[in-house]
Design a protein around this ligand. Sequence first.
Ligand SMILES: Cc1ncc(COP(=O)(O)O)c(C=O)c1O
Length: 424
Amino acid sequence: MTNATCWREAQRYLVGGVNSPVRSFRAVGGRPFFVDRGQGPTLWDVEGNRYLDYVCSWGALILGHRPPEVLKAVNEALERGTTFGTPTPWEAELAKEISQAVPSMEQIRFVSSGTEAVMSALRLARAVTGRNKILKFDGAYHGHSDALLTKAGSGMATLGLPAVPGVPRQVTQDTITIPFNDPKAVEQMFRRHRKQIACVLVEPVLANVGVIPPAEWFLQRLRALTKEDRSLLIFDEVITGFRVAYGGAQARFGVKPDITLLGKVIGGGFPVGAYGANRRLMQWVAPQGPVYQAGTLAGHPVAMAAGLATLRALRRPGVYSQLEKTGAGLRKGLLRLSVGMGVPIVVNQIGGLLSLFFRSSTIETGKQARASNTRRYARYFRGMLARGVYLPPSAYEAWFLSTAHGEREIEKTLKAHSAALEEF
Ligand SMILES: Cc1ncc(COP(=O)(O)O)c(C=O)c1O
């Protein structure tokens, strides 16, 4: 089996050859490789080529590939059966672990993806407030539910799609999109739509148009404004949860949202999402309350077991300082070499979350990120891939480090970086 034959078959039977658009390499050219297996920070394709992996299943694999404690938990869970559609003890166990780490989530509902978590939380926010409008930020991505498919990041930014056919205008007419890191724009919207905004939905660190950390006091300002207007603050921590700190961005920045959304890391590599809030808000959700939401495979026992094993491993002392050190080391190295070679880049990094933009001035908004040179990124991506380093196949997707990435991996990356830039 070769990558070329796999690609031929994939294109024949799968739309665009993939099951999620960015995987197709459309934005960077060439064709995807087909994975045979992974171990630690490494992937092998079907031809036996080896890649240092900075995608890590889009952030889900914070411990790298095949961490022994997760494999053990998954195998034990599988021994008992695959799914039961009836409660298991692991659902409450994982919910308890999450709630202790993220105290704003007193009660939790598990779903099967981040998209579902966001969609369900919006329904809840609208029901509780009796309002319809949603405020979100340019360049953020909150999954592919209809109301949020306008001016979004991730694949929509990658493919340059401002809106999506098939989404009726009525469905997005209550979605307001404003620039990130611009408290004045938020204030203006609250003045213009007083008592009409159900919630402010924010990725506390923008991570789907490249990585953009919040400006100082930005999240605090969102908290104050939502409180003042009695609107809800929703942190979409699908990426940042258990990544930028054990307690997520809300712990790192000291801002408590009303509703929190999780996914990726908490499933330990299996499909999962979650939303949670204080008891009073969660009482609105069925069967306790009238806000209906359900799922055949929600709280899937294997995902719960994998998630629990992952979170327990992340509780070990030093995990987050190591991720921070590795991320910061990589950032400094990339910048140092680029300056030496006269290629202007910006590297935004927070913990094990990083992105590299080809641009000479700072990047604090989605608009600035989109003004970076994505053609250069595509060339850089191909140069890195040729040297065995697999970066996200889009300038707008974050690089994800895992605990399996260490000094050796940084060294390999920096060597490839120099060589790739030399071709510029
Ligand atoms: C911040 C954020 N929210 C929501 C989602 C949607 O999650 P999923 O792809 O699991 O539906 C993503 C996916 O990347 C995300 O990054």
